[in-house]
Design a protein around this ligand. Sequence first.
Ligand SMILES: Cc1cc2nc3c(=O)[nH]c(=O)nc-3n(C[C@H](O)[C@H](O)[C@H](O)COP(=O)(O)OP(=O)(O)OC[C@H]3O[C@@H](n4cnc5c(N)ncnc54)[C@H](O)[C@@H]3O)c2cc1C
Length: 412
Amino acid sequence: MIDVIIVGAGPAGLSAANVCAKNGLKVKVIDEFMKAGGRLLGQLHEEPDGTWWNGMEEAKKLNDEAQQLKVEVECGVSVYNIKKLNKSWKVYTTIGDFQTKALLLATGAAEIPIPIPGWTLPGVMSIGAAQVMTNVHRVKVGNRGIIVGINILSSAISRELQLAGIEVSSMYLPGINIANGDHGNPLITMRSMLKAASLAPSKFIRFGSKLMKYEFLHSLALKFYPKGGMKVWGIPVHLRKAVIEIVGDKQVEGVRVAHVDMKGEPILSSEEFVPADFVCIAGGLYPLVELAAITGCPFQYVSELGGHVPVHSEKMKTPLEGLYVAGNITGIENAKIAMNQGTVAGYSVVQDLINKKEMIEVQLKQAMKAVEHTRDQATIQFHSDIRNGRKKVYMSFKDKGLIMKKRNFYGE
Ligand SMILES: Cc1cc2nc3c(=O)[nH]c(=O)nc-3n(C[C@H](O)[C@H](O)[C@H](O)COP(=O)(O)OP(=O)(O)OC[C@H]3O[C@@H](n4cnc5c(N)ncnc54)[C@H](O)[C@@H]3O)c2cc1C
């Protein structure tokens, strides 16, 4: 029997695999993408200190280490079902079933769609698809694009498109509708962007973000928001304009844009046509948790973590024996944090499967500290108040853990 199966060869899954293999466990990593690295593969950004984060290189380092440690990494294989057996797990994949003592789910995140009229036209894609096509497959997604949805992810990927020689003409809010939630609200969007302003290459914007710590200034800033948008990396970011329709005959030809009031309601007389040959829709991310749901693991909705997450402890254990989670499945944070969480999960598995429990406890505690430290230093943080979100889940683990101990796996 395999000691540990890890679903997801992203930064969390590979980091966990390497810790387990270093400690003598037999590890199998399964990923449905054709290459190991997860979302790291598409990442390329400049840090505020001027150094570059090259996700492709980071993925290679982790994968090379896994190969040296004889971790079995199966790419192009999907996991579609999981069953709990007595003291083990059965994992159903597109190349057959496997039995394992421990199971770690590190399936990452998915994108939130924001529907707007015209979004089924060829040339409309999610911002993540544009990132993968550009940085992984080296396919040019178009010549002149428009981004609908203003958030940390769309800002980071717009910059990546620019670096690949693609013109990003502007970033707009999506037109407000019943499905788009807060994405079209100028004030809420501005507040979430201010938290990321430390990333901006312009000293002026960084200074502005400090000034904007005072909430009473927010509405004022929106009221006098420049008509041509605020430029970030030379890209006009429009907090008072929204895309109300994507237009084109057989493919994208441009978008209809309208000025919006302070609540995001379009002022229809202000409509204009902006030409483009592709449009990226960017609604942010949510934890990809379906496999955890199949296991019967309890869940909790935590807005600070980006949605429903499997209940887990700081050691990345779930209340189900032998089931662990790490990375974005536990809440949306950046790749460095996912790596550190993977290390924690790896040590937890090792501690539960081998005898040197006390020695591992020291390494586990160090790894948990590293998560906190990386979180403190994070330049990309997708949600505010992440620590509060984490606390809520750890509290639930304590409650749910006790309840699950009194019940069997099926809650009887
Ligand atoms: C579109 C997008 C863009 C992002 N851009 C950035 C960025 O620029 N900077 C940043 O810091 N963070 C970014 N992130 C956040 C990113 O998810 C984390 O940084 C980090 O990659 C999370 O690591 P992870 O190991 O948890 O998951 P991932 O890196 O997402 O890896 C999860 C892996 O699990 C696999 N998987 C999922 N389900 C199954 C299944 N059923 N069977 C088999 N395999 C499965 C996937 O194929 C994937 O390779 C982005 C996320 C997304 C979705």
